[in-house]
Structures are given as C-alpha cells and as structure tokens.
Design a binder for this molecule. Sequence first.
Ligand SMILES: [Cu+2]
Length: 176
Amino acid sequence: MYNNWHPYGYYHNPPQTVMPKPSKTAVAYLKGGPFSPNIKGLVLFQEMRDGTRVCVEVTGLPSYQPGYHNKDPIGPHGFHIHENGICEIRDSDDPFHAVGGHWNPTNQPHGNHAGDMPVIFSNNGYAWMCFFTNAFKVADAIGKAVIIHQNPDDFRTQPAGDAGKRLACGVIEYII
Ligand SMILES: [Cu+2]
C-alpha cells in the first residue's frame, strides 16, 4: 500500500521539516583561519517541530584534491559543531584550538554526536547545503562553534572522524 517513492506514502508520521514559519533561528558567520583565509560563510539553524533545519553557504573553500601517498584528500570537508564558542587563533599551526572537541552532550560515539553534520562538498570553492537533524534544538546550540575541516570526516575514527586541520570557525548566535 505504501511505496518508497511517493512523498506521502513512505512515512505515516514523517518528522516535520517544513513549517510555514520556523520558531527560532540562530546564525554562525564562518571566517577562514590561516590555512584557508578566504573562507566566508553563513550557517542558519531554524527550529522546526521535531528538530532543526540547518543550511550552510560558503565561499573560498579549497578545491578538491584527491588523496595520494597516504595523504588525506582535501574535501569533502568535515563539518561539526564544537563545544566552545571561542573562534580565536592563538597558534597559527593549530588554529581554533579553543573550540575544543565535538559538541557531544549525550556522550555518544563519533558519528552520532549532536555536533556531527554532513560533509561539505566544494564546487570550485563554493558550497551550499541544507539538512535536517533531530539531534539538537536551536537553543541548545547557542554559544557553540561551527568548524569546517580540511579533510573528510569518516564518521568512524574516534573521537573526531580524522577530519584534519580546522579551516574556518563561527560562533552560533541567536538572530530571532
Ligand atoms: Cu570538527
């Protein structure tokens, strides 16, 4: 009776990701650090009935480079919420160290952290992506930091998916 293709046939009670008006919105302005100073971006967090809609738009990302000789590929880029909203560059070899590890309020393995998000694909430096998550509410993410990494997140290596250097950072703030 229900098939996998019809949008109203697959779920009896789908998580509602579309609402006339999101109830709360937060934003993080992403700014590149010393490894990728041209990155500029915006991440929007919109509270929906059963979770959060996240949209990101970024320019100035590095172009994709394949991995070779045991070096990690550059892109698609690991993309996480880290626990401290402190986007300071104290050490240019290890920028954004002060954001700490992944935001993980329920003590989950990496791959299921509240702060684990899909990787970002660079299209010659530009990326746009939206997704839905029920891992957190907008209010809980305020004061944390979004990080874009140089390498892919494998969603398997503990505790951070082997995503490499931190390229860009932005603190999550309320706008509405
Ligand atoms: Cu990260």
